[in-house]
Design a protein around this ligand. Structure first.
Ligand code: SB7
Ligand code: NI
Length: 182
């Protein structure tokens, strides 16, 4: 199983690389990696397991965070409407997005960043994503709110971008241009 020891931290060059597309259909190895990423997220949100293995809770994970420079992400989170969003995706791509921008009032954190970085991270308020799932089926999903923010955070990892790159340097808590709070 994946633990915090497997997660690379800022400073590791893989976090700044543009990850490679996964060749489809995915190999058994790539599928196993993506499944173990999802298992990590589920474990990290289980109080007992998280305590036992010292896991920081996570709602998303990208393969580069394991030192694997391939376009794979996992998302596991409960939204404001108590709906679970569980996605294990190869080659995710934002095919369209809102003009409107949003941000988390609590800012963002990252399992690869062992410090708090204050400030608002501007994100598209709504996105439409295309990806391939574990069955090599193409899926198209429209998201808003936390799931949309989490997917953008993970796709950023595939492009070598860290959440703090998007924080306004002069004024971290300046409300970004184009914000609609919902
Ligand atoms: C806050 C946290 C995350 C996404 C968006 C807002 C995910 C944190 C875990 N990760 O480091 C995943 O890359
Ligand atoms: Ni992260």
């Amino acid at each position: 199983m994946i633990t915090m020891d497997d997660i690379v931290r800022e400073g590791h060059p893989v976090l700044r690389q543009v990850a490679k597309e996964v060749t489809l259909p995915p190999s058994e190895e790539d599928k196993a990696t993506l499944k173990s990423m999802m298992e990590f997220l589920i474990n990290s949100q289980d109080d007992e397991i998280a305590q036992k293995y010292n896991l920081r809770p996570g709602i998303g994970l990208a393969a580069p965070q394991l030192g694997i420079s391939k376009r794979m992400i996992a998302i596991y989170l409960l939204d404001d409407n108590d709906k679970w969003h569980q996605y294990a995706w190869f080659n995710p791509k934002i095919v369209s997005h809102s003009v409107e921008v949003t941000y988390l009032e609590t800012g963002e954190g990252c399992l690869s960043v062992d410090r708090e970085v204050p400030g608002y991270v501007p994100r598209y308020a709504r996105i439409k994503v295309k990806a391939f799932d574990l069955n090599n089926k193409e899926v198209t999903v429209k998201l808003r709110g936390l799931p949309a923010i989490a997917v953008q955070h993970e796709i950023d990892h595939l492009n070598g971008v860290m959440f703090y790159d998007r924080i306004n340097e002069e004024d971290p808590y300046k409300i970004p241009e184009g914000v609609v709070l919902d």
